[in-house]
Design a protein around this ligand. Structure first.
Ligand SMILES: Cc1ncc(COP(=O)(O)O)c(C=O)c1O
Length: 328
């Protein structure tokens, strides 16, 4: 089966040789102290931000969980659909969880979202941008509205930028009540290392990092992650590979956009919906391409596909063409 349901990278950013070098240079008998500082500095330099505003954990999942635990005491709100774990983490601590649904075309009415925030005054609003599962990018105005509403509510806004590196640079609302969450699992291709980053300031930073362990991420993961950011030329080639794969994915599905609704994507996956979308998904699934389908009633006509190795697109394109000929 070719994996297209996890939104991960089809290849590793580190060669076997590079990984062996990291392993032999990692002191596993000592606590990871210098290792975390080194990674933070490299990451902060890459994005031109201060290392003092970032903290690291086991995947951005851990930051979502920590944010829900430390900021969500008066309710957690999000849009529906969004990343499934927002709900899971709210349920873990019995926090009130509310969603504002999308329209029939999977777009959102942010005025309606703001109305709900003003009514319910949650202490935490989470949104992925670019958006999972649809892949869309929200406007600055939409995010600014959310930010202002959460400020009025005395709460916090988390912008979950798991897929940010696949889209264009975008402006975002400012303020101490806005926290950014990022990950190395998507563009940087190391979901298995579990490295997630929070970027925050002031009270928000203090609150979300309050329940940190003394050594939040292990030395091997940190050193592997540092290795990725140290070799800039190799990283640039790896990023090109991922972006090229995304283009190939989009053009594969755009060929049948007269039969299947395809949302323009700013991520490493493509979101399709409608009656035919499920038929196409089944055809691909039966022929070795494992896509993401949903049990949730509101997503029953949705199929999502993430990037694969360049050499696997020939097979995918053939199957899509074959299916298209059968569905004239
Ligand atoms: C929007 C979003 N946020 C967070 C995550 C979790 O990523 P991580 O591997 O950093 O825990 C995912 C993973 O699919 C995601 O889609």
């Amino acid at each position: 089966m070719i994996i297209m349901d996890r939104n991960t990278s089809p290849i590793s950013p580190l060669s076997e040789e590079a990984m062996m070098e990291v392993i032999s240079n990692t002191k596993i008998n000592e606590y990871p102290s210098a290792e975390i500082d080194r990674f933070k500095q490299l990451y902060a330099d890459h994005y031109n931000i201060s290392p003092d505003t970032i903290e690291v954990a086991n995947g951005s999942d851990e930051w979502i969980q920590k944010a829900v635990m430390t900021l969500g005491e008066n309710g957690v709100m999000t849009v529906a659909p969004d990343f499934v774990m927002y709900k899971e983490y709210a349920e873990q601590i019995d926090a009130k969880f509310t969603t504002v649904p999308c329209n029939a075309d999977y777009r959102f009415d942010f005025d309606a979202v703001v109305e709900r925030i003003d009514e319910e005054k949650p202490s935490l609003f989470l949104i992925s941008m670019p958006h999972n599962p649809t892949g869309q990018l929200f406007t600055y105005e939409a995010l600014e509205k959310l930010s202002a509403a959460m400020q009025r509510a005395g709460g916090y806004l988390i912008i979950d930028e798991a897929y940010a590196e696949f889209g264009p640079d975008f402006d975002k609302p400012q303020g101490e009540h806005v926290l950014i969450i990022r990950t190395l699992s998507k563009m940087y291709g190391v979901a298995g290392l579990r490295v997630g980053i929070v970027i925050a300031e002031g009270e928000a930073f203090r609150k979300v990092t309050r329940i940190n362990h003394p050594y939040p991420v292990n030395s091997l993961s940190l050193n592997m992650a540092s290795k990725i950011f140290e070799d800039r030329a190799h990283l640039a080639d790896f990023i090109d590979y991922q972006k090229k794969s995304k283009e190939m994915l989009e053009s594969a599905f755009n060929k049948v956009s007269d039969k299947v609704n395809v949302v323009e994507s700013y991520t490493n996956f493509v979101f399709t919906y409608g009656e035919n979308a499920v038929a196409l998904g089944r055809h691909l699934m039966e022929n070795g391409y494992r896509c993401r389908m949903y049990n949730d009633e509101s997503l029953k006509d949705v199929v999502r596909y993430s990037i694969i190795r360049h050499e696997d697109y020939d097979g995918l394109n053939k199957l899509i063409t074959e299916w298209s000929h059968q569905h004239v």
